[in-house]
Design a protein around this ligand. Structure first.
Ligand code: ADP
Ligand code: MG
Length: 791
């Protein structure tokens, strides 16, 4: 409940009632506070008339832990000495009684100690939660809400429902159970009935749950011997007043030494005072057309919602902001990019014809389109900035080769960067073989530069690049190491771009003078998302496979079916094919774990002896060892390759037809799809066998999607729903750190934000209009916080 601001503009001290005011067990201060609980007013008033900034100090006891005796006592707000007048001044030592002019906007970047009532001790506690600034605190979104206004009584519970109940502890026992573990068993009653509640292996709960204590329990209603129970519910001691608050209560993510109750009170106090004064950066016309509530109201309601509808509106508003800012920062980058000037790289139709005819295959129509896009971009006077997306094995490399050929035909240099040395070597081999034939580039002017390249050779490559005698360099991030300089770098290609950070992409680009940029990715991204995250890039999609590629027949197996899998592999080896066996780890922490490659490889070797050889590949090997193993596998000297995920990207061994993945549940679906793409590179029928290291239903359910669909986009969407964008788009993808509320699966939200951003951008691309000043600031903050550069 927001307090009324009306009585508050005179600069007098104002008492803030916590939302969950006090406990019956508490001394007088609490009841005193309760009686000062402010009136309820509409928040709209607050928005229209920002309140005066006289943040009053709170009585120190207001934040002191109430000493319920059942929780570790977190540091309370310090007593005395912390009653600064509000934001800023106290931190800067300007004196405590300073009054601020009304309407002064608050600075979201202020440290928390600038808020009266929060001293260094409390700030330190809050910092454990990652909360350093006022903005952090205002945007610290609850992980769930308990609706005390709609509590259910025990006699009305149903088996299977997720609910919150409140009751009094009638009985508590601690019972030893099998394996030396302990079971806490409690009976909680509310006058309408009683409920058996159990917690496994959390014996300390028995000490905290004293008979007669009132607790709130959240979880699923279960059944035991015909009676309703709850197993391992979340619980909290409650004070009777919570009942009277009769409202939806936020539950925050916590860490050791911070209690829910304390945090709630701190946040309530800060939000109540400051949320209404946060300046809304989204201009009024946008708010109107997107149907959004004001920011101040949203920030209040996200913490202390009046009802579920208000909460939803608040969530929508905050989610919109993130998407909107992301879109604006992406559009801004696109604009900046488009203003760059670059030298056009052109070739005639004969050149293109020759390139095509020198290929061992005919390009697919999708490759044709991607090639056209690339040629058109290169011929322009502004640099190419294109994302080439296509499922594993769709044939992206050849498009890069063509672009490199065009650059060379114009006397310019190209660099291609791949995330692993194995992949870089593979591209190097492809180009060395193809480009002399198809594009007239001498093999000697194509070079490989990886970490394992000897120092003298590196030196030689460096001078060749400086002099311009080397036309094409393929490598890993070793390419970024100074002092590599190019004479005329006009094309930078980045393969498997999701594996690189923003900085690395920018660093490669910086080696040239506005070079053309082509980034390639096999991670299929749903279109709405691609337009958002990669909105500054033009997009080409290779959406079909070369002919004669068969879908990978995929099976999820149980642990005890491993031998069957080995027999199957043997069958394939007998037909002259090869197999990958992937393990999630390099070394296991104990012998019983079957998923470490250094243990798996000898077992496999034993299994397939004496007829077949099993190679070992993992990321801790030296680069030259890795290359040697890969080369031997490619030559067929190893029949089976036991590997970690280093074999995930790009590895091209067409004769391999089986991909067995141990601990498959540990990988995302998109990643598994990448793995199985490794065995889909020839006309032989490919197989993928997935062995999760647990036989739990949920894992198996998730993996079953691999059996039923071969559609990389569908799998990516499932991943996104199940695992969120982190792994999926690459850890350091721009802007994502900033997306807390917005769901990347929320297509309607993305579209709405995109539409509004485009419209605003068309009218005022530089956000120069006076009504966009706040917004420009917000975009800049968003961009720098999320390292919003995408290319
Ligand atoms: P990715 O898109 O995963 O990078 P690659 O470019 O490595 O795929 O191509 C996969 C394999 O398909 C390579 O062996 C390549 O030579 C082959 N390939 C590419 N395009 C065609 C095509 N149009 N017809 C037949 N094979 C092709
Ligand atoms: Mg590739």
């Amino acid at each position: 409940m927001p307090p009324s601001p009306a009585s508050d503009t005179n600069g007098e001290e104002r008492q803030i009632a916590p939302v969950l005011p006090a406990t019956a067990e508490e001394p007088e201060t609490a009841s005193a506070l309760r009686s000062r609980q402010p009136d309820r007013t509409g928040l709209t008033d607050l928005e229209e008339e920002p309140i005066d900034n006289n943040l009053v100090s709170l009585p120190a006891e207001d934040f002191e832990e109430e000493g319920t005796g059942d929780e570790a006592r977190p540091p309370g707000f310090e007593e005395g000495g912390e009653e600064g007048p509000g934001l800023g001044p106290s931190a800067q030592g300007e004196g405590r009684a300073r009054r601020r002019p009304p309407n002064e906007p608050i600075d979201l970047a202020s440290p928390l100690t600038a808020v009266s009532g929060i001293g260094p001790k409390s700030a330190k506690t809050l910092e454990k939660l990652g909360l350093k600034t006022l903005g952090d605190l205002l945007w610290y979104v609850p992980r769930r809400y308990d609706d005390y206004s709609r509590l259910k009584t025990i006699n009305r519970l149903w088996y299977g429902e997720e609910i919150t109940v409140m009751g009094t502890v009638e009985d508590v026992r601690l019972r030893p159970i099998r394996g030396g573990r302990k079971l806490v068993e409690a009976v909680v009653g509310d006058g309408t009935g009683s409920l058996r509640v159990t917690w496994f292996n959390q014996p300390w709960i028995a000490d905290r749950l004293r008979p007669d204590k009132t607790v709130v329990l959240s979880g699923k209603v279960d059944q035991y011997l015909g009676r309703l129970t709850m197993n391992n519910p979340e619980w909290e001691p409650v004070e009777r007043q919570q009942l009277h608050t009769n409202r939806i209560v936020p539950v925050y993510p916590l860490t050791a030494g911070v209690t829910e109750k304390w945090l709630r009170r701190v946040i309530n106090s800060v939000v109540t005072r400051l949320a209404p004064r946060v300046v809304d950066p989204v201009p009024e016309p946008v708010r109107g057309s997107a149907n959004l509530i004001g920011l101040g109201k949203a920030l209040y309601q996200i913490h202390f919602p009046d009802d579920w509808e208000a909460l939803q509106q608040a969530q929508q508003r905050l989610a919109f902001d993130e998407m909107f800012l992301l879109q604006l920062s992406v559009l801004k980058q696109k604009l900046e990019w488009q203003q760059l000037v670059s030298e056009p790289l052109r070739v005639g139709p004969e050149w293109i014809e020759r390139f095509r005819t020198s290929l061992p295959f005919k390009l697919t129509p999708a490759q044709d389109r991607a090639l056209d896009d690339a040629l058109t971009d290169l011929a322009k006077t502004k640099p190419m900035n294109r994302l080439l997306q296509g499922d594993v094995g769709s044939g992206k490399t050849i498009i890069a080769a063509a672009a490199i050929g065009v650059a060379a035909a114009n006397g310019a240099q190209s660099a291609m960067m791949a995330p692993t040395s194995i992949l870089a070597e593979q591209h190097y081999q492809t180009f060395s073989e193809l480009l002399p034939r198809a594009a007239d580039i001498q093999a000697s002017s194509i070079r490989l530069l990886i970490g394992a390249t000897s120092e003298p050779e590196k030196e030689e490559i460096r001078s060749g690049l400086r002099a311009g005698s080397i036309r094409v360099v393929v490598g890993t991030h070793a390419l970024l190491e100074n002092p590599i300089e190019f004479r005329r770098l006009r094309l930078a290609v980045i393969d498997e771009q999701q594996r690189f950070g923003v900085e690395q992409r920018a660093a490669l680009r910086a080696k040239g003078d506005n070079p053309n940029l082509m980034v390639m990715s096999a991670t299929p991204i749903p279109r709405s998302l691609a337009l958002t995250v990669y909105g500054d890039l033009d997009l080409s999609v290779i959406d079909e496979m070369p002919p004669n590629r068969q879908p990978v027949e995929t099976r999820v197996l149980y642990q005890n079916e491993r031998l069957r899998a080995y027999q199957f592999i043997r069958g394939q080896l007998e037909q002259g094919r090869q197999a990958f066996v992937i393990y999630p780890l390099v070394e296991g922490s104990d012998d019983t774990e079957p998923w470490a490659v250094v243990e798996g490889q000898p077992r496999l070797q034993e299994e397939f002896s004496p007829d077949y050889r099993v190679g070992l590949l993992h990321g801790r090997m030296r680069p030259e060892e890795k290359s040697a193993v890969m080369a031997a596998f490619r030559r067929g000297e190893y029949h089976v390759l036991a590997s970690t995920s280093v074999a995930e990207v790009g590895v091209d061994v067409p004769n391999a037809t089986v991909m067995l993945i141990e601990g498959a549940n540990r990988f995302g679906l998109s990643q598994l799809h990448q793995f199985r793409g490794r065995v889909r590179r020839s006309e032989h029928k490919p197989y993928c066998l997935l062995i999760p290291d647990s036989d739990t239903e949920a894992d198996n359910e998730r993996l079953k999607a691999m059996e039923s669909t071969d559609d990389g986009f569908r799998l990516a969407e499932l991943d996104l729903e199940q695992r969120g964008p982190g792994d999926f788009l690459g850890r350091r993808q721009s802007g994502f750190a900033e997306l807390k509320m917005a769901k990347l699966t929320d297509v309607r939200l993305i579209d709405k934000a995109r539409r509004e951003a485009m419209r605003l951008f068309e009218a005022d691309p530089r956000l120069e209009a006076s009504e966009h000043t706040q917004l420009a600031g917000a975009v800049a903050r968003f961009t720098s916080a999320g390292k919003g550069e995408i290319s």
